[in-house]
Design a protein around this ligand. Structure first.
Ligand SMILES: NC(=O)c1ccc[n+]([C@@H]2O[C@H](COP(=O)([O-])OP(=O)(O)OC[C@H]3O[C@@H](n4cnc5c(N)ncnc54)[C@H](O)[C@@H]3O)[C@@H](O)[C@H]2O)c1
Length: 379
């Protein structure tokens, strides 16, 4: 055989061996990819469901909130949930109706629904507790009387949560008086870390953003970093001194864009403070859809985190930041990361803001005193 023929034969042989090897490597690669993909998707499918308690679930906010949770709007589209619904005996039938509707909606993320009037059963193993249940103020009732009824509810539910909830359970109190109910819950559930007990002021936060967006004719998602300070009541203070609007021209301060101090200091403040009353006047019922949506935003932000450079408002345990009495549940600007919130530090507070922040703090101190006097008289 001539040398050139030999070289050709060896070349053909090597080529076919190479092609074969490439083929084998490719098949191995594809199989490994499919295997990893399969393992990954089964790992994802096997995510443990989060148990979410909703008290007062037969009420208006409950009816709007539970489908949002079951649809993944609160904990993300890949987190299965088990809903624990609690209400009182007179609402038991309505509560069962809510459960039936949840079943009928066939939510893929909803793994189970427990509807009960037994507070211990409701709190068993819950990871998140959203407290909507409470005693509403009725015509002719004294503030102290309403406070006293809610205190006994929150004292009992605090104990049930403390004894039965999962470790590190996160609590959001929505029912009014939200800040003081949260404070009572904290007092009577001492083993739940104080940072895990919060109250809702996200509705006021969202309302302030919506008013600013409307005034400046921009989209709500372009308005960032408003602050709600204080109590979820008519003394709350929406502060826009650090709020910005992002547009094609870059980021600008809301106060400069509005260029009308009267609107910012008076009109906006009063609109946000009075928005709840305006909704009642229009609907003949208090806000429910927006409150449920804000409760979702609150927990979602707390669990999944705030975007870089932005904050939200939450009623949290005061550590004395901004000179606010430690131990109150007061609404502050917070950032969230890895399931923990922290109060935004170092913001400049002008004289006008200081006055408003102190006024709402004063109201919370008074509420706390009334709450304690109710506790002492019922002891
Ligand atoms: N923080 C906020 O931003 C905000 C906004 C809107 C409403 N709220 C408050 O949220 C609460 C709920 O509002 P809603 O419109 O759904 O009221 P709702 O009256 O429609 O529902 C309240 C539900 O709580 C139940 N309930 C009463 N006592 C209970 C108890 N001990 N245990 C469990 N459930 C109990 C009632 O039976 C009822 O089903 C109210 O206190 C309201 O003032 C707060």
């Amino acid at each position: 055989m001539e040398n050139s023929q030999l070289v050709e034969k060896i070349g053909v042989y090597l080529n076919s061996e190479l092609v074969e090897k490439i083929g084998v490597v490719s098949v191995c690669f594809i199989l490994s990819y499919l295997l990893i993909k399969h393992i990954w998707s089964s790992v994802k499918m096997e995510k443990e469901p989060t148990r979410v308690l909703v008290t007062g679930a037969a009420g208006q906010i409950g009816y709007a909130l539970v489908p949002m949770i079951a649809r993944g709007l609160m904990l993300g589209p890949e987190q299965p949930v088990i809903l624990h619904l609690l209400d009182i005996e007179p609402a038991a039938e309505a509560l069962n109706g809510v459960k039936m509707e949840l079943i009928d909606a066939a939510f893929p993320l909803l793994k189970d629904v427990i509807a009960t009037t037994d507070v211990v059963e409701a709190c068993e193993g819950v990871n998140i507790a959203i407290m909507l249940g409470g005693f509403p103020r009725k015509e002719g009732m004294e503030r102290k009387e309403v406070m006293s009824k809610n205190i006994s509810i929150y004292k009992a539910q605090a104990t049930a949560l403390e004894l039965n909830a999962a470790d590190n359970c996160k609590v959001l109190v929505v029912a009014n008086p939200a800040n003081t109910n949260a404070l009572i819950l904290k007092e009577f559930a001492p083993s739940i870390p104080e940072n895990n007990i919060t109250c809702l002021t996200m509705l006021d936060h969202n309302r302030a953003i919506a008013q600013i967006a409307d005034k400046l004719n921009v989209h709500v998602s372009d308005v960032k970093n408003v602050i709600i300070w204080g109590n979820h009541s008519s003394t709350l203070y929406p502060d826009v001194n650090h709020a910005t609007v992002t547009s094609t021209d870059g980021k600008k301060l809301v106060r400069e864009l509005v260029a009308n101090d009267h609107w910012v200091n008076k009109e906006l403040v009063s609109r946000v403070q009075q928005r709840g009353a305006a909704i009642i006047k229009a609907r003949k019922l208090s806000s429910a859809l927006s409150a449920a949506s804000a409760a979702c935003d609150h927990v979602c932000t707390w669990v999944l985190g705030t975007k870089k450079g932005t904050w939200v408002s939450m009623g949290v345990y005061s550590d004395g930041s901004y000179g606010i009495q430690p131990g109150l549940i007061y609404s502050f600007p917070v950032t969230c990361k890895n399931g923990e919130w922290s109060i935004v530090q170092g913001l400049k507070i002008d004289e006008f803001s200081r006055e408003k922040m102190d006024a709402t703090e004063k109201e919370l101190i008074e509420e706390k005193q009334v709450a304690y006097s109710c506790l002492n008289s019922s002891a």
